[in-house]
Design a protein around this ligand. Structure first.
Ligand SMILES: [Zn+2]
Ligand SMILES: [Zn+2]
Ligand SMILES: [Zn+2]
Ligand SMILES: [Zn+2]
Length: 254
């Protein structure tokens, strides 16, 4: 009896699965979506992940209903182009949407592990920010973390209006006969202006570097390889941007 019930439940489950699968196959996607999706998969299968990335992004940009598997393909593509945060978002999206019965469930779980490994490398690496982009020396503050800027109170003049006489240079009071009585302002000695209290007349103030927020290093758009600088310098890397960066670093280190 118990066994029979089990069989029944199981066959119901199988029926449900079949009907779900049939249902999902019936979905007609927008023509553009299908075209970009198939293009993306073709590039993906050829190992051209930058082209696949572009095609999947085009599919996403249509704002139409997308095949669930696109999330997986896109996540794996993003992993290869080293956009790990995005890759993580899409693999999680895929697992949520497709669940255990998803075509790429096992692959998705594996991909999630690979992404976690990459994030661990980022955490362990001293040379990149939390998104894996290479940190470079801040050129604005020359790594001091502070910069000089025009004083906002005196607008770089070193003086501000005397608050006591409001710039008139004289203090006007009424005497006992209701007559105006004029007296040279004692705060500004009749000048109408006083030395700026914020910059103390220096015309500039020191503030935290707005480019690196005081760290002395800033993020670049170069994706970090988490290798030692020396190792990379020996590499025959054709990436001009990276070469330029290392040259800059070399200059700094001399
Ligand atoms: Zn005054
Ligand atoms: Zn000032
Ligand atoms: Zn800076
Ligand atoms: Zn790194």
């Amino acid at each position: 009896m118990y066994f029979n019930n089990h069989i029944k439940t199981f066959s119901l489950f199988v029926l449900l699965l079949i009907s779900l699968t049939v249902k999902s196959q019936k979905i007609q996607y927008d023509q553009d979506v299908s075209r970009y999706y198939n293009e993306g998969i073709a590039h993906f299968n050829n190992g051209d992940y930058h082209a696949a990335n572009a095609a999947f992004r085009n599919a996403l940009a249509t704002n139409r209903v997308l095949p669930t598997n696109l999330s997986y393909y896109f996540a794996e593509t993003l992993y290869y182009v080293r956009q790990f945060q995005n890759s993580r978002n899409f693999v999680e999206k895929y697992i949520n949407l497709a669940g255990y019965s998803g075509d790429f469930y096992e692959e998705a779980i594996h991909l999630r592990e690979l992404i976690n490994n990459e994030f661990q490398k980022i955490i362990d690496c001293q040379r990149c920010n939390s998104f894996g982009y290479r940190l470079i020396f801040c050129e604005r503050c020359e790594t001091t973390g502070v910069e000089m800027t025009e004083c906002p109170d005196c607008k770089g003049t070193g003086n501000t209006l005397c608050p006591k006489c409001t710039g008139k240079g004289v203090l006007i009071t009424l005497d006992t006969f209701s007559q105006n009585h004029y007296e040279t302002c004692d705060k500004c000695q009749g000048e109408g202006v006083i030395v700026c209290e914020l910059c103390e007349g220096h015309k500039e103030i020191t503030r935290i570097c707005t480019l690196c927020l005081g760290v002395g290093l800033r993020s670049s758009n170069v994706i970090c390889t988490h290798e030692d600088l020396e190792e990379e310098e020996e590499d025959d890397d054709d990436d001009d941007e990276q070469k330029e960066l290392f040259q800059k670093k070399k200059v700094y280190r001399q």
